[in-house]
Design a protein. Structure first.
Length: 261
């Protein structure tokens, strides 16, 4: 007997920032496999983004790329307008871009503080402001932001990142409360230690002392392994799909149990 199987994101369009590599790229591929048309963003890695977009198109979905810095409010507005003109709507927003420099608070310059806050927090506000009108007009939408362990607890040498990601959780909760009655949901996904390519190893001085993915590193994770990009993409897929239709203002800690110890 033939099954009438529907992909979980069929007839939806998702805007995903930071989609050229690592978690963002895997979210794009996962959403494409589930039928979502895609607006994919990167700040400058156009060639890598086009490669991800090509993979998604091979899966049969429409894919449009936009290049620009999400910490620039004017550029965010222009990118969102371009994507909506190309594909008609945004049903799902995934705000994924982040920078994570780790250094003692007294060594953080004013410029560094402002840059991290702008990228990790302000960008999500700019993106929400750009897509919310359309979501409200159609009476539905899912906003997903990527937090991290910095949104769960503080650690030494992460003051600016922790401040931004904690603020992001507050923004998600506020937006969820404001628009729950109008069909728009907002949730946070907190990745733990994830097996990704680190373009800036200097941001993670802790791994100069304890090697990433070493037995010592993994001993701090109850499940005994790092997360994969697919683990994080699966959490985003859940929040993007109608399977989470009664969940808003919440957070999912994809940390291998590290939160409990």
């Amino acid at each position: 007997m033939e099954k009438n199987w529907k992909m979980r994101l069929e007839n939806k369009t998702a805007l995903i920032t930071g989609a050229s590599r690592n978690i963002g790229a895997e979210i794009a591929r996962t959403f494409a496999r589930e039928g979502a048309d895609l607006i994919l963003n990167t700040r400058q890695s156009a060639q890598e983004l086009e490669s991800v977009a090509a993979e998604c198109r091979e899966l049969g979905v429409k894919t449009h790329i936009v290049i620009g810095d999400v910490s620039d409010p004017d550029r965010v507005s222009a990118m969102a307008a371009e994507g909506i003109e190309a594909l008609g709507t945004v049903d799902v927003l995934v705000s994924n871009v982040a920078v994570r420099p780790h250094k003692p608070l007294l060594e953080v310059s004013v410029e560094e503080w402002q840059d991290v806050i702008a990228t990790n927090l302000h960008a999500s506000f700019y993106l929400m402001r750009a897509v919310l009108p359309g979501m409200l007009e159609q009476g539905s939408g899912s906003i997903i932001a990527l937090g991290g362990q910095a949104a769960i607890t503080g650690r030494p040498e992460t003051a600016v990142v922790t401040t931004a990601k904690t603020g992001l959780l507050g923004l998600i909760r506020a937006v969820a409360a404001e628009y729950a009655g109008q069909g728009v949901r907002a949730n946070l996904v907190n990745p733990g230690s994830t097996d990704t390519f680190r373009a800036h190893p200097e941001w993670y001085p802790e791994f100069q002392e304890v090697e990433r993915n070493s037995a010592q590193h993994l001993s701090s994770i109850p499940m005994g392994r790092q997360g994969t990009v697919q683990d994080i993409a699966n959490a985003c897929l859940f929040y993007a799909s109608d399977e989470s239709s009664y969940i808003t203002g919440d957070r999912m800690n994809v940390v291998g149990g590290r939160y409990i110890v």
